[in-house]
Design a protein around this ligand. Structure first.
Ligand code: AP5
Length: 210
């Protein structure tokens, strides 16, 4: 199954993409994680992406289209993949349609109020991409998967989150209509107090998994 996870920042795309990756044994391809890894490694692309990411703006289409096109050539994508955070503009969606066949675009919908609360408590592992929330970490500061020290993303600062939400509404939300017209959109409306497991069950049901 070739999937796109759509949805506003903090809706839970990464969290549920990782659960699904483990269940279906297909890769989660997160452009956000790839860009942050490039920033950490200090590559030319990472350095040029840094100013966009830290301001909550989108990295130029050409950069992310190139990254995804290359990544989808890898052998581990042959049995399917989950695109997490790509495409994010109509231009990216049109480019994707030239080199990939998508089965489902899953829209994870959540209220802005809940998003702001979640992002203020998020901690991430920049090495393996695992995501946590301080409410469930019980004071732990290291990644349970790889042991790396967890960090708070710079773009999770409240004023940057507001900008990311505006950028999402202006540039990414039109993709809901785009994939609706293509007949492959499915939506999960997340209950504000739904736990990760409850929302994941909704994701599974929406995808028709037994
Ligand atoms: P990216 O990393 O993709 O960020 P995003 O889309 O803003 O999404 P997030 O990672 O913030 O949230 P998420 O939906 O994955 O939520 P999560 O599962 O972590 O992109 C970052 C930046 O990179 C962009 O702003 C842009 O600059 C650039 N970029 C990336 N892709 C690009 C593209 N295609 N084009 C151009 N630029 C691009 O969950 C959030 C928190 O909530 C976590 O703490 C989690 O533990 C918690 N949580 C999740 N579900 C629940 C639940 N049910 N109950 C309680 N807590 C929960």
């Amino acid at each position: 199954m070739n999937l796109i996870f759509l949805g506003p920042p903090g809706a839970g795309k990464g969290t549920h993409a990782q659960l699904l990756m483990n269940e279906l044994n297909i890769p989660q391809i997160s452009t956000g994680d790839m860009l942050r890894q490039a920033m950490k490694a200090g590559t030319e692309m990472g350095l040029s992406a840094k100013r966009y990411i830290e301001a909550g703006e989108l990295v130029p289409d050409e950069v992310v289209i190139g990254i995804v096109k290359d990544r989808l050539q890898a052998d581990d994508c042959k049995r399917g993949y989950i695109l997490d955070g790509f495409p994010r503009t109509v231009k990216q969606a049109e480019a994707l349609s030239e080199f990939a066949q998508i089965d489902v675009a899953l829209n994870i919908a959540l209220d802005d109020e809940v998003i702001v609360k979640r992002l203020s408590g998020r901690r991430v592992c920049l090495k393996c991409g695992a995501t946590y929330h301080i409410s469930t970490l019980n004071g732990k500061e290291d990644c349970a998967v790889c042991g790396e020290k967890l960090v708070q993303r710079k773009d999770d600062a409240p004023e940057t989150v507001q900008n990311r939400l505006s950028v999402y509404a202006a540039q990414t939300a039109p993709l809901i209509d785009y994939y609706q017209k293509k007949g492959i959109l499915r939506t999960v409306n997340c209950p504000p107090a739904g736990t990760v497991q409850e929302v994941y069950q909704l994701v599974r049901e929406t995808l028709g998994l037994k």
